[in-house]
Design a binder for this molecule. Sequence first.
Ligand code: ZN
Length: 180
Amino acid sequence: MQCPVCQYTNSRVLESRSAESGKSIRRRRECLQCQHRFTTYERIEFVPITVLKRDGKRESFDRSKLLRGMVRACEKTGLSASDLELIIDEIEVELQQRSQREIPTQEIGELVLQRLKSLSEVAYVRFASVYRQFQGIRDFAEALNHFQTDEQPRSEVQETALPEDRPPSIETPPSLCSAS
Ligand SMILES: [Zn+2]
């Protein structure tokens, strides 16, 4: 990185910080020749992410679609739309940095779950009911075991299904989807 004062091309990094919700890195540098201090921004090169759907079809990663699914799963859980957008920001950055260009839908679901887990148990279980149904009852029961509550079971599986998702399989009893 060329010094704006003396054009010397070597500098040392004094400080690195993430900026723009993790979309860029801000670096404070010092020129090794004249000691002038300047700031650079390193941005992630945008490469389209392709999502590989369960039916084998491909489509480009659509953050608003993912957000809609998450908003539905997170209704009345105290998580705001901006909390959810922040999660999507992080996931998008993570996917951008992979060499793998086609990401299976269920892998994106798992990335969402990893983050929801620490934020809201109800949102986690609701989202898991949508994204893990294809793996059968065992995974679903395991997800619930982490967060089993004494609340009355309620069927919310249908409401949280994303438009492109298959209806919940019959081996997933609605009574397992205990939600607020
Ligand atoms: Zn310089």
